[in-house]
Design a protein around this ligand. Structure first.
Ligand SMILES: Nc1ncnc2c1ncn2[C@@H]1O[C@H](COP(=O)(O)OP(=O)(O)OP(=O)(O)O)[C@@H](O)[C@H]1O
Length: 542
């Protein structure tokens, strides 16, 4: 039934098409006849001419249609095409250069680079150094060294080590370059030999210790800077500061050293070359030293003001280092009203001194084994530009030494995670950068040799100073081998005939022209002068 209907439909269509064809032929024939009639041509010529004209018209229509299409395409497509082209180019480039599998996986998982980014294998160099491996590579375009620095803890984890096992260095030539050191074993598992004089002298700044690969590390300068060192007892603070003073004596040029040895014997090796050395844990002694140094600051500021007023260049002052071992004791009070008042004064004077170090070139180094919140007043702590923390039991204690916001800084190192059995290691935080270092442990012989050399230099300089009442006093004491001379004995030697000791003291002060600390000394505890103080006054410029 369906078949028969289909056949009927086909026959019907055939009839329709035949009728249409007959119609078209009749029309064409009519048109050709009309043309023939008009042009007076023969039948073959009329047919050929008409076909030729129709073909030419069809070709023209085709040309116009393609031209219009191309024009539209050009207007609509460029943005899409270009971005597609760029994406294809990137993809091709990525496919062309293989990614470094280890670094790419570590950095993407750590979140230092994006999931769709890679570290190109041809931009990675891996070198084996004596303590581990150094990866030198470029982060993808649009990223910088800081992206890795911010995630250093996570990156270390990806290498199966801790933040303590890593060291990151930035390059001077390219913001994208990262130099990542990954240690094979915990830092400072093996001691590094103490540096030679040449190495210390060649260091660009003041070295404080070795870094984890055994290179010298420290601070660029102590000009306009002070250092606070915290760490639990027996962790190596005193050894570290002995190393620091030794390095300063070797390479920092001429400077005045004021030492307050709260541990009584921690800094004694340097007494010979110090302008003032006090072995005491008495806050009164601290206050007296602070008064002396603050007076120096005042004199220096006076000179700066005078220079500015007179439109003269600002004088360059001789650097001064005030080093206080076990400083927390000096801020403690004995519970009495007088003790509390003194503690308040000491804190204020210390704050003032550290704050004013900026222009007066007086740098303070304070060490404390009790970096508890109240051990060193916050107003004093806040003034230190450089911070160092050796092993402490908790992150909270580390914050006291390194600053309350330390753990929010870039790539911090937690001192509570240090191995307390490896003495002298600590976190140095300077100019926003944390470096794990281990202080030098110089032999006594090395330190004595350096001290003796500096002492000899100081004596030579002393001999060359022009004759003055101060110089006469120093010469007199040296010739008599006296460490202390009572006022009553010194005054007549310098031509003062006053018999009253107080008056004689005043006249001596006028004669010296600078403030020299008079103190009690000698077997009878008489008022007089110490050789160290007279020498210091003679040597110091202000
Ligand atoms: N860098 C180092 N290398 C090897 N040994 C060190 C180092 N630093 C310190 N030590 C050793 O650690 C011990 C403690 O050192 P030091 O007296 O300097 O510590 P400290 O923190 O000042 O102690 P305290 O606060 O109790 O006075 C000493 O025996 C010292 O020799």
């Amino acid at each position: 039934m369906g078949n028969r209907k289909h056949q009927a439909d086909q026959t019907e269509e055939l009839y329709g098409q035949a009728a249409g064809a007959i119609g078209v032929i009749v029309i064409v024939f009519g048109i050709l006849a009309a043309i023939k009639d008009q042009l007076g041509l023969s039948w073959p010529a009329t047919v050929l001419l008409t076909v030729g004209a129709l073909v030419a018209l069809g070709y023209l229509a085709w040309r116009i249609r393609t031209a219009v299409k191309r024009l539209w395409a050009r207007e609509e497509q460029p943005a899409v095409t270009r971005s597609q082209e760029a994406a294809m180019a990137v993809e091709e480039a990525i496919q062309a250069v293989p990614a470094h599998p280890e670094l790419t996986a570590a950095l993407t998982t750590a979140g230092a680079i994006g999931k769709d980014e890679v570290i190109r294998a041809d931009e990675v160099t891996i070198t084996t150094v004596r303590t581990g491996k150094r990866y030198d590579f470029l982060v993808p375009k649009g990223r910088t060294y800081a992206d890795v620095e911010k995630k250093l803890g996570n990156v270390a984890g990806m290498f199966g080590v801790t933040r303590l096992h890593t060291k990151l260095e930035r390059s001077r030539d390219n913001e994208r370059r990262v130099q990542l050191l990954v240690l094979d074993e915990p830092p400072f598992s093996r001691p590094f030999p103490a540096p030679t004089r040449q190495e210390i002298a060649a260091f660009d700044g003041v070295p404080l210790g070795h870094d984890v690969i055994g290179e010298l590390a420290g601070v660029p300068t102590f000009d306009k800077a002070s250092l606070l060192v915290g760490g639990m007892t027996q962790m190596g603070k005193t050894t570290l500061v002995n190393g620091l003073i030794t390095c300063l004596l070797i390479a920092y040029g001429e400077f005045d050293l004021y030492l307050l040895d709260g541990k009584l014997s921690g800094l004694t090796r340097f007494e010979k070359v110090a302008v003032r050395y006090e072995a005491s844990d008495n806050p009164a002694v601290m206050e007296d030293m602070l008064d002396e140094l603050n007076a120096r600051v005042e004199r220096r500021y006076q000179k700066i003001q005078d220079a500015i007023r007179n439109r003269q260049p600002i004088p360059t002052f001789r650097p001064v280092f005030f080093i206080v071992d076990e400083s927390a004791d000096f801020f403690a009070d004995d519970g009495t009203p007088a003790g509390r008042e003194r503690a308040r004064r000491v804190a204020e004077k210390a704050r003032s001194l550290v704050a004013k170090a900026l222009e007066s070139r007086i740098a303070t180094v304070m060490l404390t084994q009790r970096p508890a919140k109240d051990a060193i007043p916050v107003m004093v702590r806040d003034q230190f530009l450089y911070r160092m923390c050796l092993y402490v039991a908790s992150e909270g204690t580390a914050k006291v030494a390194l600053g309350d916001t330390y753990f929010e800084t870039v790539a911090p190192i937690n001192p509570a995670l240090l191995d307390s059995n490896i003495k002298g290691q600590g976190v140095l935080f300077a100019h926003g950068v944390s470096t794990l270092i281990r202080g030098f442990n110089f032999t006594d012989e090395f330190i004595w040799e350096v001290v003796d050399e500096v002492y000899a230099r100081q004596q030579q300089a002393l001999e060359k100073t022009p004759v003055s009442p101060l110089k006469q006093a120093v010469d007199l004491m040296q010739s008599k081998q006296l460490d202390f001379i009572p006022t009553a004995e010194l005054a007549p030697a310098l031509g003062i005939t006053e018999s009253n000791t107080t008056e004689a003291g005043k006249k001596l002060s006028e004669l010296f022209g600078v403030r020299v600390r008079a103190s009690k000394g000698g077997p009878k505890s008489l008022r007089g002068y110490r050789l160290a103080d007279l020498t210091a006054a003679l040597m110091s410029d202000s």
